[in-house]
Design a protein around this ligand. Structure first.
Ligand code: BGP
Length: 469
């Protein structure tokens, strides 16, 4: 088995605008729904997060020093268009030019996402992507960015994790809006966002811009808890459509396979709703399906599904109290943990092989996939400093096990061209605040000092040698 990564493999860290930048209400930035939602909750503030707005240059210097040749960043839509559309905000536009220039200066390639969970409040308040007018607004914002940053950016992603954006909002109810088990709204928003993605991809290609474009999906392999049980198999298929399949079919086929569509309709019916595809949607989606250059996969965990007949019963573990999470959804199934499979303090299932199984599945079902980047993978921990050192051996093991499965995939001819650990530095987590740390670099949120963790030193060796020992 090979232990060496290809010559041009990207080794990087991932960030997202709202989770790192701070300055959420300054320099002309428009509001997003999270601002008031978090303030009302009063648990934690996204301000100043890890102050990336002012510290990006020193963070990029750290990337360079630690052997990273790539970074994932996102553009905050409401920094560019404070109201979602209309006149651009010059300070916001300039900020990203400066950020990209700093990436170049440090030899760190930027991989840029247009939408990472932060629709402008004006867009959110009039229905977000359930309102089709906002598909137009997203396309206009994407067109603006492609043109404005044509000389700065060579790697674009339209959306980050449509699955999380829709499920956390319309199914789990743990994000702004807070609706529970509205499966039809969840799936309709997924479809509409995929139309917005397709329009942006076509605009990028028609514009003749240099570089590549794709989308980032949060994928989890859905295994039946008991592979012999037809009811568990059905639950696994339901959860697969809810999280992965609608989005993957839309991405790579540009329409929905009959089996996918049947489950979409079943899920919508179970929350008394329907699924609407507008005229021309499939036309543009089919065109974009052949134009995507890459897929970003965010992979943290896989799931084991049991059949479930009762009322929906959800509890989100946003505190790190192990064993408190529950996910049982009427019409879908129950997410359970097979005995012997390890989990994190936030009840995330550690199952590295699922990443390989997912990539295999995609390459077999959608031979037009072209290339993968692993755009997020990592472990949330309660990291602590002891004698100036942060020993996160557990995280090193987690990343190492996933990198091993990536090497196996590469070895059998699956095209994977990069890996970005979530996250570059400790940052703000949407429902967990600051106690769930993911970074290579520990952040003391009081002083904003960065301290490299053991994983940063380990990753430096991997990226510089391109070898996994
Ligand atoms: C992904 C998101 C990130 C990030 C990460 C960890 O879903 O793209 O934005 O937050 O997950 O999630 P959490 O912070 O909830 O642990």
């Amino acid at each position: 088995l090979t232990n060496t990564f290809p010559q041009d493999f990207i080794f990087g860290g991932a960030t997202a605008a709202y989770q790192v930048e701070g300055e959420t209400r300054s320099y002309g930035k428009g509001k997003v729904a999270w601002d008031d939602y978090l303030a009302e909750q009063g648990r934690f503030s996204p301000e100043p997060a890890c102050d990336f707005y002012h510290r990006y240059d020193s963070d990029l210097a750290l990337c360079e020093q630690f052997g990273m040749n790539g970074i994932r960043v996102s553009i905050a839509w409401s920094r560019i268009f404070p109201e979602g559309s209309g006149e651009p905000n010059p300070e916001g536009v300039a900020f990203y030019h400066n950020l990209f220039a700093s990436c170049r200066a440090h030899g760190v390639e930027p991989f840029v996402t247009l939408h990472h969970f932060d629709s402008p409040l004006a867009i959110y308040a009039n229905g977000d992507f359930l309102n089709r007018a906002n598909i137009d607004a997203f396309e206009a914002y994407a067109r603006f960015c492609f043109k404005e940053y044509a000389d700065d950016v060579r790697h674009w992603f339209t959306f980050n994790e449509i699955a999380a954006a829709t499920m956390n909002r319309y199914v789990e109810g743990t994000w702004p809006l807070g609706k529970k088990v509205s499966l039809h709204e969840c799936l309709q928003a997924q479809h509409n966002m995929m139309v917005a993605h397709a329009r942006a991809v076509c605009a990028f290609k028609d514009g003749g811009y240099a570089g590549e474009i794709g989308i980032v999906h949060a994928l989890e392999y859905k295994y039946p808890y008991d592979p012999e049980s037809p009811a568990d198999i059905e639950a696994a298929r339901n959860d697969d459509v809810l999280q992965n399949r609608l989005l993957l079919d839309a991405t790579f086929r540009g329409d929905y396979a009959p089996g996918t569509r049947a489950i979409i309709d079943h899920l919508c019916a179970s929350s008394q709703g329907t699924f609407e595809i507008a005229e021309h949607d499939l036309e543009i989606m089919r065109r974009a399906a052949m134009l995507n250059d890459c897929l970003g996969i965010n992979y943290y965990q896989s799931r084991f599904l049991k059949a479930y007949e009762g009322e929906s019963d959800l509890h989100h573990n946003g505190t790190g109290d192990k064993g408190t999470g529950r996910w049982r959804v009427a019409g879908v199934g129950e997410r359970a943990v097979r005995p012997g499979v390890p989990t994190t303090d936030w009840d995330w299932i550690i199952y590295p092989k699922g990443l390989f199984d997912l990539m295999m599945d995609i390459t077999l079902r959608y031979p037009n996939y072209k290339k993968f980047y692993i755009t997020e993978n990592g472990m949330g921990r309660k990291d602590r400093i002891e004698n100036g050192v942060i020993d996160d051996t557990e995280r090193i093991d987690y990343v190492k096990d996933h990198l091993r499965w990536i090497l196996r995939a590469i070895e059998i001819g699956i095209n994977v061209e990069g890996y970005f650990m979530w996250s570059l530095q400790d940052q703000f987590s949407w429902t967990n605040g600051y106690s769930k740390r993911y970074g290579f670099f520990y952040v003391d949120f009081e002083s904003q000092q960065r301290i490299p963790k053991a994983s940063a030193y380990w990753f430096k060796r991997v990226s510089e040698t391109r070898r996994l020992e």
